[in-house]
Design a protein around this ligand. Structure first.
Ligand code: TRP
Ligand code: ZN
Length: 883
């Protein structure tokens, strides 16, 4: 147990800062033993603050204060006080210059926040509250300052010295060191500060903005990675153009830098003009990178670039408003990706992720609104709820307003709040003001946790040619006292020959346009009815088209209706979903049979549906691949009352083998039809073909016959790109061809050991193997030279991949849980953020059947008993044990 409980911070306690910092002049001397930071802050009392207190409290931790002076006069020890988290000056004037000299040890900083070392370079990560590990400061996003940064370091080891803004001066010293001064002309909060020093190579390109300004673009990496930067550079240029065309946002400096680092807690960081990226989110070339990663790199480059407006020019007032920048920016990057590739595929992938991961978070002990009301450690709130559900809320606003008014709203938001630190309320208000629409009820989406349940029934009256939809909304368990929210429900009614014309009772008749077959119903009450007139036949409703709201839809479709939707719905998302729901029903039967000790039978309708998918040439191949994938084990677990992981796995595997057996000829045809002979490109068509081909390969490998083994080995040996070689390797690893598997793993490591990111894939494919014995393998991998517990990418590749591997993580003896607890206890000291993130799967203990739940709780309790728990881990463990 921790000796003291961390303080909870509440949104309702927000107060404007008592002091402001107009200029921040920072001076860094980087040296092996100790890094010296001198700061010169021009401070003044904030006229808007009503607090009349002579003292000043600055944030700061993990550093040694050498000296502090006010207006050039050194303070005597009685004039100030230092504790673990603050520096207090007992009396300060209304306007003054504060100078601090502190010493820090980046080489010992394993938390990867503040200033730290990664391989041979220095870099920073300040969001959310990392700047306070660099120097004493008012480390809160509503304190915005003009930064000037000077970096001094040894010239041979650190030829490249970077910070935000423009390089305004540089020089050399006689001791072999050199220095560079950077000046950022834009005011910013400290969380956007960045510094990099290292021996880095770069590629350079340029972009001319819409008003004709030239911007120099550079990507800095270790020299060995210079051949993996092109894709990120092209992605950056596409993002810059797209943001001008779609949101009217132009870049505002003449330089934009990206730096890739190996050790990074998250994907990337939008520091002003100096984005810092996890190498895994920026480096890409066909030989080492899978299609999925090519797409991820493009999306993350875009995301960080888009933050320049949604986050940097207009920033957050406080960390409760995090979704203001993250939800909006995820929405923006999703729109960008949709336009670079297939909109429907992107939508299906995003919704699948949201429904599996975010719905589980919203139903678990860490559930929070997209604008949380309290936290102990803000790092714990960089969640799928704040990011992905936040993006869904913005998407709903965009739909409610329509393209033109949404753009008008975003223009107003950027214009009205440029240079300010604002709130989610300011965003909604701008949308309201620009559109004239009333979003009062809609605001509940910001303040309520939980996933609304949307229960829909339909009744057809042949006599009146009338179809009535009854819609009920409610929340489950912990959130049942929530208010009804405004749910835009996009829908159509499908007849035998296509979508029917919709004429809603009580609404003005539809203008006689060609397309009045889709409507968006405004669901605003706990229960509502929608009556459609002149409906000539019993229709099948197509509901929540395009996933128009982040709700859990319940409609008791018959399996034949689902079959009908799979082949007839014109909405791609609904077609995919109908196929998933058909899979859900089939798997539920099998799970129940397995639990009752009976024979499992796969619903033949699924085979029929898959057969159609494999033979219909007109379909998008990526969609076929997605639709041929049964609902994941994680999704099945999330929708079951008390998840029985072993039964889910057995049922799903049995279904997959059955599908492979029954459809083997079509799967072979599909494989052969999608072998590409042209040079690799990460474009939509090629990605789609590879995805379908490898989906077929994975099914076929379940047959475990020689012919398929040869196909797989040939693919592995001849692959010219990482997508195909990983797909073959993964199929081998999960097969019983022991010898071939070991050979391939050894060969792969031999070939790629110098490429850290490829080795990470090699680690995760093994940690993700669903066969017995994986935990032993994981333990062996952790002792392998390729593993390093201080590197988050390695931790995610081994420990993260193992916890996502449900059958193995949830072994009935609890060994998976105990293993995870051991790792969390180690990481709690080394890297609290990563430790807290890894806890995710354990926190959902209540969702599993009783014996598993008890063992998971035991593991949590053991962690809780540790003496020096970080805030990060304490918050997650204590909340999940409480609930
Ligand atoms: N703002 C970053 C992003 O979305 C998130 C981020 C990067 C972050 N590194 C972090 C958040 C470290 C917390 C801690 O794009
Ligand atoms: Zn972001």
């Amino acid at each position: 147990m921790r000796d003291s409980q961390p303080k909870t911070i509440f949104l309702k306690d927000y107060q404007v800062p008592e002091f402001l910092i107009d200029h921040s002049d920072l001076h860094f001397t980087l040296a092996a033993e100790e890094t010296t930071v001198r700061s010169r802050l021009s401070m003044r009392r904030n006229a808007e603050s009503t607090v009349q207190d002579a003292s000043l409290v600055l944030h700061g931790q993990d550093m040694r204060l050498q000296s502090v002076s006010v207006d050039g006069l050194a303070l005597a020890p009685e004039a100030y006080k230092v504790d673990e988290e603050t520096l207090t000056l007992f009396t300060v004037p209304d306007k003054f210059t504060l100078e601090c000299v502190t010493e820090i040890k980046p080489q010992q900083n394993t938390s990867l926040e503040g200033l730290y070392r990664s391989s041979k370079m220095y870099c920073t990560q300040c969001e959310a509250e990392g700047f306070r590990k660099i120097t004493y400061y008012l480390d809160r996003p509503d304190v915005m300052s003009l930064f000037t940064t000077t970096i001094v370091a040894d010239k041979t080891s650190y030829p490249v010295l970077l910070s935000n803004g423009n390089n305004v001066a540089s020089g050399e010293n006689s001791d072999g060191s050199h220095w560079v001064t950077w000046e950022d002309p834009f005011k910013k909060p400290a969380y956007l500060f960045a510094l990099v020093a290292g021996d880095l190579a770069f590629i350079e390109d340029s972009f001319t903005t819409c008003s004709g300004k030239d911007v120099t673009l550079r990507i800095f990496v270790e020299a060995k990675d210079l051949d993996k930067c092109d894709h990120a550079m092209q992605s950056l240029k596409r993002s810059m153009l797209w943001d001008e065309e779609t949101f009217g946002r132009e870049y505002d400096l003449s330089i934009f830098n990206i730096v890739a680092v190996d050790d990074f807690n998250m994907g990337a960081m939008e520091n002003k003009s100096l984005n810092i990226f996890n190498t895994s989110c920026v480096l890409a070339k066909p030989e080492t990178t899978t299609d999925a990663t090519f797409q991820r790199v493009e999306a993350i480059v875009a995301h960080e670039y888009f933050h320049n407006w949604s986050g940097n020019r207009v920033t957050c007032r406080d960390w409760f408003q995090l979704s203001l920048k993250e939800g909006f920016t995820v929405y923006r990057d999703a729109e960008f990706s949709s336009e670079m590739g297939s909109r429907t595929v992107k939508r299906v992938e995003d919704v699948n992720f949201l429904r599996t991961v975010q719905f589980a978070e919203d139903g678990g002990p860490m559930a929070h609104p997209i604008r949380p009301e309290s936290f102990m450690e803000i790092s714990n709130f960089y969640t799928v709820t704040v990011y992905e559900k936040g993006a869904e809320i913005v998407r709903m606003i965009a739909h409610l307003l329509g393209d033109a008014l949404f753009r008008k709203g975003s223009d107003l938001y950027f214009d009205r709040h440029d240079g300010q630190a604002v709130t989610c309320e300011d965003f909604v208000k701008a949308m309201e003001d620009a559109s004239g629409k009333d979003l009062s009820q809609f605001r509940c989406w910001y303040s309520q946790a939980g996933t609304p349940q949307l229960h829909v029934t339909g009744e057809y009256s042949a006599e009146h040619s009338r179809y009535t939809l009854t819609v009920k909304q409610y929340y489950k368990a912990a959130q049942q006292h929530n208010q009804p929210v405004h749910i835009p429900l996009a829908m159509a009614l499908l007849g035998e020959a296509g979508a029917l014309r919709l004429q809603l009772q009580g609404a003005a008749p539809n203008p006689d346009t060609a397309d009045n077959t889709e409507l968006v119903l405004d669901v605003t009450e706990a229960e509502q009815q929608f009556v459609f007139e002149n409906i000539p036949e019993q229709p099948v409703p197509s509901l929540l088209r395009g996933f128009s709201a982040p709700v859990q839809l319940q409609f008791a479709y018959s399996r034949d209706e689902l079959m009908f939707l799979v082949s007839n719905d014109s909405d791609g998302f609904c077609r995919w979903d109908a196929c998933q729901q058909l899979g859900v029903l089939a798997l539920k039967d099998m799970i129940a049979a397995h639990q009752a000790g009976e024979d499992m039978q796969l619903d033949h309708r699924l085979i029929t549906a898959y057969e159609h998918l494999l033979t219909d040439e007109s379909l998008d191949k990526s969609m076929v691949a997605l639709m041929l994938s049964l609902p994941s084990e994680a999704y099945m677990a999330s929708i079951m009352e008390k998840a029985d992981v072993q039964a889910i796995h057995v049922a799903r595997m049995t279904a997959r083998v059955e599908i492979a057996e029954q459809l083997q000829e079509l799967l072979w045809d599909s494989y052969n039809a999608n072998v590409l002979t042209v040079a690799y490109q990460a474009d939509e068509q090629q990605i789609a073909a590879r995805s379908l081909k490898n989906t077929a390969l994975h099914y076929l490998m379940l047959l475990e016959n020689e012919q398929v083994l040869n196909l797989c080995l040939t693919q592995y040996q001849q692959a010219q790109n990482m997508t195909d070689s990983m797909a073959a390797l993964a199929a081998l690893v999960n097969s019983s061809f022991e010898q071939q598997k070991q050979n391939a793993l050894a060969d792969f490591y031999q070939r790629w050991q110098a490429e850290a990111l490829v080795v990470n894939q090699w680690l995760s494919v093994q940690a993700g193997c669903y066969l017995a014995g994986t935990l032993d393998r994981v333990q062996a991998l952790m002792a392998h030279q390729a593993f390093d517990i201080k590197n988050p990418n390695k931790v995610r590749s081994v420990i993260g991949a193992f916890t996502a591997n449900a059958v193995n993580f949830h072994q009935t003896d609890g060994s998976g849980y105990q293993f995870l607890a051991d790792q969390i206890i180690i990481l709690n000291t080394l890297n609290p953020q990563i430790a807290a993130r890894l806890l995710g799967p354990l926190t959902k203990w209540k969702q599993y059947k009783n014996d598993s739940a008890a063992l998971m709780r035991d593991a949590l309790q053991r962690i809780m008993g540790e003496e020096k728990l970080s805030k990060d881990v304490y918050e997650v463990v204590s909340k999940s044990l409480q609930a």
